[in-house]
Design a protein around this ligand. Structure first.
Ligand code: UN1
Length: 509
């Protein structure tokens, strides 16, 4: 199914300008790179990238601002984040427009992304009155041991196109509450929403009297990101993107003893057990696999189905896939918007060709759509592929809506298949058998950072820590105690007696 006609590039440009105007953004026009919309695949505006001197100045300014921000009481820092949250609420619709225009997300998911930003601001405001350290029992009389959390420094945020604003906000709202300052290098594909976020934060800073330099935005290419990676004044590099990118960033930051927080690729699977509620499973699977056109790091990419229900489930999924409305993400009936680029479509097609050569059978989808209406855009039908084993292509993350379907006989076998990929981000099991669910969640179950029961792999709430193991990079962002990555701890030994007593019963003098 295809929705109504696509908007024209002129219409998208006008809509972007209207949102940017309401948000008070001045677009830095230039010829270095272009803002572009995957809806038509055409360029919207030429933009100017940050120069090396500007990148240098941004880090220097953020470092200077850190020196005052770190001693601003945390609840006062929270006021900046609260104001940002208010502005995000006020501008939710315009921000969602920019997310749809640049990332191609359907309206409901674009609004969801802004909601995620609002939620993390609320969380970080609360956090600003916590940042708890512990008091630890000392082995010595008249002594107290304490743990104190201090701000870390400048945080370099490198983010990807698929959550162009929410991932920034997870990092920035928490970092600011923790007393850090931020320099942000967004994806080159999403400069307009980045300008909007930066503008709202500048307004929030002005409104509450915080230094503007607590946040600096650097538009540009890889070279700009590399500056953040290599700059010793950047205490933490928080990078979201491919495992390939993380393999470069991690060692470079470690070589200068900086910290990194990596959110890299996922190859998320769901196990569907014989007792599963199939109505619920079908809905959960289709959203997780085809939603966001398969371009979430938490997208469901592998389905491990018990042999007894494999035929029934694949028939139901095939029927659901054939009905998916693909097209203009602004059309409220559309569920699947465009892929981000022609390169993404090529990667999808190449993975499909490879898996078919390795014995995979396409059950539904896989065709290109709207190529006449928008030859530069990349619309594709989400695809279901039946595979007998996890060949190399199944073990890779292809950032596109391909769902590989495997079968299993025993739960042990299902968990082994589940964990037998390099990545370890998100996972789920659909079952009504409590024992199976608990085994899946246990130490010997899913090896991922996120493990769910009777819900798909994507769409995590901000309250939990977000991140994964193995090739996913090990970082944790967002809720729970992920804030600790943005601070440094100090252990304090306080002697309130009049005696000097040494630990471990050491005698001296
Ligand atoms: C990502 O794709 O980089 O859990 C983040 C989810 C979203 C975040 C995804 N809350 O799918």
């Amino acid at each position: 199914m295809t929705g109504t006609a696509l908007p024209t590039t002129d219409e998208l440009r006008a809509r972007a300008l209207s949102a940017l105007g309401t948000l008070g953004v001045t677009v830095p026009e230039g010829g270095d790179f272009s803002a572009r919309s995957p809806i038509t695949g055409d360029d919207l505006f030429g933009l100017r990238a940050a120069t090396a001197a500007e990148a240098e100045a941004a880090v220097a300014e953020a470092r200077t601002a850190f020196l005052t921000w770190r001693t601003t009481p945390a609840p006062r820092r929270g006021e900046l984040v609260r104001r940002l949250g208010e502005l995000l609420r006020e501008h939710k619709s315009d921000l969602a427009d920019l997310v749809t225009i640049e990332a191609g997300k359907i309206r409901s998911e674009a609004l969801g992304e802004v909601q995620e930003m609002i939620d993390i601001c609320d969380f970080a405001v609360g956090l600003s009155r916590q940042l708890y350290g512990r008091t630890i029992a000392s082995e010595r009389p008249g002594h107290r041991l304490a743990e104190t959390w201090h701000p870390l420094g400048v945080v370099g945020v490198i983010s990807a196109f698929n959550f162009p604003a929410a991932v920034w906000s997870w990092n920035t709202a928490v970092a600011l509450a923790c007393g850090d300052t931020v320099v942000w290098k967004p994806s080159e594909r999403t400069p307009l929403i980045s300008l909007a976020c930066d503008r709202l934060l500048a307004r929030a800073a002005e409104d509450v009297g915080a230094p503007r330099e607590v946040h600096r935005l650097l538009l540009g290419d890889r070279a700009v990101g590399e500056r953040l990676v290599d700059d010793p004044r950047v205490a933490l590099v928080s990078a979201t993107g491919s495992t390939r990118m993380g393999r470069e960033v991690g060692p470079r930051v470690a070589a200068r003893f900086g910290r990194s927080l990596l959110e890299l690729g996922g190859n998320n699977a769901a196990i569907v057990a014989p007792s599963a509620d199939l109505d619920l499973a079908v809905q959960g699977i289709v959203f997780a696999a085809a939603g966001t056109a398969g371009q979430r790091c938490t997208t469901l990419r592998r389905l491990i189905v018990h042999r007894d229900i494999a035929e029934t489930l694949t028939e139901r999924l095939t029927a659901a896939y054939r009905k998916l409305p693909i097209g203009d993400p602004f059309d409220e009936n559309t569920l699947v918007g465009p892929l981000i680029s022609a390169v993404a479509l090529e990667a999808m097609n190449s993975a499909l060709a490879r898996v078919q050569a390795q014995g995979g059978k396409v059950l539904a989808g896989g065709n290109r759509r709207l190529s006449e209406a928008a030859p530069q855009a990349a619309y594709a039908e989400p695809v279901l592929v039946r595979v007998d084993e996890q060949t190399d292509v199944v073990k890779e993350e292809t950032f596109a809506p391909i769902l590989y379907v495997l079968t299993y006989d025993t739960l042990e076998e299902a968990i082994a298949l589940h964990n037998d990929v390099p990545q370890g981000l998100s996972s789920s099991i659909f079952t009504r058998d409590q024992q199976e669910a608990e085994i899946f969640l246990s130490a010997a179950g899913s090896d991922c950072g996120i493990a769910n029961v009777n819900i798909g792999t994507s769409g995590a709430e901000i309250g939990g820590a977000f991140g994964g193991e193995k090739d996913t990079g090990g970082g944790r962002e967002s809720g729970s105690d992920a804030w600790k990555a943005y601070m440094r701890s100090a252990t304090n030994t306080i002697n309130y007696s009049s005696e000097l007593s040494l630990a471990q019963n050491v005698s001296f003098l």
